[in-house]
Design a protein around this ligand. Structure first.
Ligand code: ADP
Ligand code: ADP
Length: 229
C-alpha cells in the first residue's frame, strides 16, 4: 500500500539528509506509528506519501503508483485516495463545519445532492452530529480536530495520514481522538500517524517505525514508544 525503497531526502541548503536510505512497507489496513525526536524526519515521510516532497534518491510507491513517474496532472487525483490531518487542524475559519467538510467534495466536483448526503454522514461518524452550522472558533480543540478528520474522510480515502494530531489537545481529548483514529482503522482505512505521545503508542501496541536523524532505527510489528528491538 505504501512502500519506501531506500529513500534519501536532502533539502536544499541543509547539511545532513532529512531521511537516509529509509526502507519500509505498510500493508493495507495497518495502523502505523511514526515516532522519533523532533527533526528526525517524520513529517518528511508523510509529505512524501502525499507527494508534497520527492526523494533525492530512492523510490516511494503509494497505492501502486510510483510517485516518481506520477505526472503532476495526476497528483490531485492521486491525493483523493489519501486523507491528511495535522496538529493545527487547518480549518477554514470563516466557513461553517458543514462547509469545511463540503469543500473537500466541492473541489472534486461532487454533486450538491451527494454533498448534502455525505457531509452529515461523516459528521455523525466523527461524533459531530448537529454541529454543522458552527464556526470552528465556536468548537473545542477536540471538536475542531474531529472536523478535520471528517474532512479527511469524506472522500473515503484508503489511507489516512496524521501528523501529531493530538499535539494541541489536552490529554482527555487526545484519548478521544486516538479512539476515533483506531475506529477508523478498524473499518479498513490504513492509518499512519506521527506522534510524540508515548502513552498511546505503548497502549495500542501497533506497528512502530522509529526514526533518528533521518535513519530508520526500529520497525516493530507490535511495539511501544521506547522499546528496543
Ligand atoms: P519531524 O517531523 O520528525 O520533526 P521533519 O521531517 O520535519 O522531522 O524534519 C526532518 C529534518 O529536515 C529536520 O532537520 C528539518 O529541519 C529538515 N527540514 C524539514 N523540512 C524542511 C524544509 N522544507 N527545508 C529544509 N529543511 C527541512
Ligand atoms: P478513481 O478511483 O478516482 O477512479 P484511480 O485510482 O483509477 O481513480 O486513478 C486515479 C488517477 O491516478 C487517475 O488519473 C489514473 O490515471 C492515475 N493512476 C492510476 N494508477 C496509476 C499508476 N500506476 N501510475 C500512474 N497513475 C496512475
Amino acid at each position: 500500500m505504501i512502500r519506501f525503497e531506500n529513500v534519501t531526502k536532502r533539502y536544499r541548503g541543509t547539511a545532513g539528509p532529512a531521511l537516509n536510505s529509509v526502507d519500509f512497507e505498510v500493508q493495507r489496513g495497518e495502523f502505523v506509528f511514526l515516532v522519533g525526536p523532533s527533526g528526525s524526519g517524520k513529517s518528511t515521510c508523510l509529505r512524501m506519501i502525499l507527494r508534497e516532497e520527492s526523494p533525492s534518491q530512492g523510490r516511494v510507491v503509494v497505492l501502486g503508483r510510483d510517485l516518481r513517474t506520477l505526472s503532476s496532472r495526476k497528483v490531485p487525483y492521486f491525493r483523493r485516495h489519501i486523507g491528511a490531518v495535522f496538529q493545527d487542524f487547518r480549518l477554514l475559519p470563516t466557513k461553517s463545519v458543514f462547509q469545511n467538510v463540503a469543500f473537500a467534495l466541492q473541489v472534486i466536483g461532487s454533486s450538491r445532492a451527494f454533498i448534502r448526503q455525505s457531509v452529515p454522514e461523516v459528521l455523525a461518524l466523527v461524533g459531530l452530529d448537529g454541529k454543522g452550522k458552527r464556526l470552528p472558533h465556536e468548537l473545542s480543540g477536540g471538536e475542531q480536530q474531529r472536523v478535520a478528520i471528517a474532512r479527511a474522510l469524506v472522500n473515503r480515502p484508503q489511507v489516512l495520514l496524521a501528523d501529531e494530531p493530538t499535539g494541541n489537545l489536552d490529554p482527555g481529548t487526545s484519548v478521544d481522538i486516538m479512539r476515533l483514529l483506531a475506529r477508523i482503522n478498524a473499518t479498513g482505512t490504513t492509518v499512519v500517524m506521527a506522534t510524540h505521545e508515548a502513552g498511546f503508542v505503548d497502549q495500542m501496541q501497533r506497528r512502530v517505525i522509529e526514526l533518528h536523524q533521518g535513519e530508520l532505527v526500529r520497525d516493530e510489528r507490535r511495539g511501544g514508544y521506547g522499546d528496543t528491538s
